[in-house]
Ligand binder design. Structure first.
Ligand SMILES: Cc1cc2nc3c(=O)[nH]c(=O)nc-3n(C[C@H](O)[C@H](O)[C@H](O)COP(=O)(O)O)c2cc1C
Length: 340
């Protein structure tokens, strides 16, 4: 049978062998606390490449030390990080997958000791620190840090860059009126709240001509927050700026109860794809081959991102192929186990 899940997908000149993406997942495994790639990363990511994932997106990687979620995050704030990342890229590519990296700044959700920064001096919840409201100089520096990160990602050989604008981290904090109360040109109207992301995209695009994804939180799950409809004009703007795909997640800008069920974020990806006419990625409780195929075949998204299922089973693509009755290439070493 001809499935979409196992058909190649080309985006800005990069051809993925299938439409299965490993969603970025923090491993909190830099025990040296310097952002450097460790043995864990060199085993964890290539294992999913052996498992036949088409595109692997490396976890949220800090563009500044203070922009990490924790001290154990990966980093890309120094040229010293390039060699380790290049080795990781080589290992993943050697085993047949494409590889991307998620460039991130945690903003007010950073748990790294010291000062934390955000668009406004509002803490995430009662138990979190109050961030410093960013000055114009802080904004400029942070945009520059994203650009430097992109340049280093290119030097390390990544195929894809994803900008993390979701889950209540710094860029999302600018976008949402719940966390952005600024009075200047970076706050207030929807256009002003987009300005920071717009500047980050332009800065990254100056040094990066490969596929560019942006991950968003399409719903704040709050009556005064953003909804997927609010993201349609934003996604149109992203497309004009040269973004190739919007990776549609949701939530976490403020504490909120989320009713999560299989495919709960897919309608957001579908709406943005249709209304903004831009490729989207669907993510969230996607666990079976037929579920993934339905999303693609009904034109609800262009790529499916899997997170926890790929922690449980790094060989999920093989299991999904079997479910859909598709024969996929197996690593020669595993052929006797993968034959059916
Ligand atoms: C251990 C873990 C770490 C995660 N880290 C990140 C991250 O670094 N960046 C990100 O955008 N999402 C992160 N997420 C969210 C996942 O990428 C994904 O969007 C979410 O888990 C829903 O997909 P799933 O139901 O397939 O797990 C993480 C999730 C898990 C379980």
């Amino acid at each position: 049978m001809n499935t979409m899940l196992f058909s190649p997908y080309t985006i800005r000149g990069l051809t993925l062998k299938n439409r299965i993406v490993m969603s970025p997942m923090c491993m909190y495994s830099c025990d040296t606390k310097d952002g450097a790639v460790r043995t864990w990363h060199k085993i964890h990511y290539p294992t999913r490449a052996v498992g036949q994932v088409g595109l692997i997106i490396v976890e949220a990687t800090g563009v500044t030390p203070q922009g990490r979620i924790s001290e154990r995050d990966l980093g890309i704030w120094s040229d010293d990080h390039i060699a380790g990342l290049r080795e990781l890229v080589g290992l993943v590519k050697e085993h047949g997958a494409a590889i991307g990296i998620q460039l991130a700044h945690a903003g007010r959700k950073s748990e790294v000791p010291g000062e934390i920064i955000a668009p406004s001096a509002i803490p995430f919840n009662e138990s979190s620190r109050t961030p410093k409201e960013m000055t114009k100089a802080d904004i400029e520096e942070t945009v520059q840090a994203f650009q430097n990160g992109a340049r280093r990602a290119k030097e390390a050989g990544f195929d894809v860059i994803e900008i993390h604008a979701a889950h209540g981290y710094l860029i999302n904090e600018f976008l949402s009126p719940l966390s952005n109360r600024r009075q200047d040109e970076y706050g207030g109207s929807p256009e002003n709240r987009y300005r920071f992301l717009g500047e980050v995209i332009d800065a990254v695009r100056e040094v990066w001509d490969g596929p560019l994804f942006v991950r968003i939180s399409a719903s704040d799950y709050h009556p005064d927050g953003l909804t997927a409809k609010d993201y349609v004009p934003y996604a149109k703007r992203m497309k004009e700026q040269g973004v190739d795909l919007v990776d549609v997640s949701s939530g976490a800008v403020v504490p909120a109860a989320i009713d999560a069920y299989p495919g709960y974020q897919v309608p957001f990806a579908e709406l943005i794809r249709r209304e903004a006419d831009i490729p989207t990625g669907a993510v969230g409780l996607i666990t079976s081959g037929w579920q993934a195929e339905e999303i693609l075949h009904n034109g609800r998204a262009d790529l499916v991102f899997l997170a926890r299922e790929l922690l449980r089973n790094p060989y999920w693509p093989y299991a999904a192929a079997r479910e859909l009755g598709v024969k996929i290439e197996a690593p020669v070493q595993y052929e006797r186990g993968w034959r059916f």
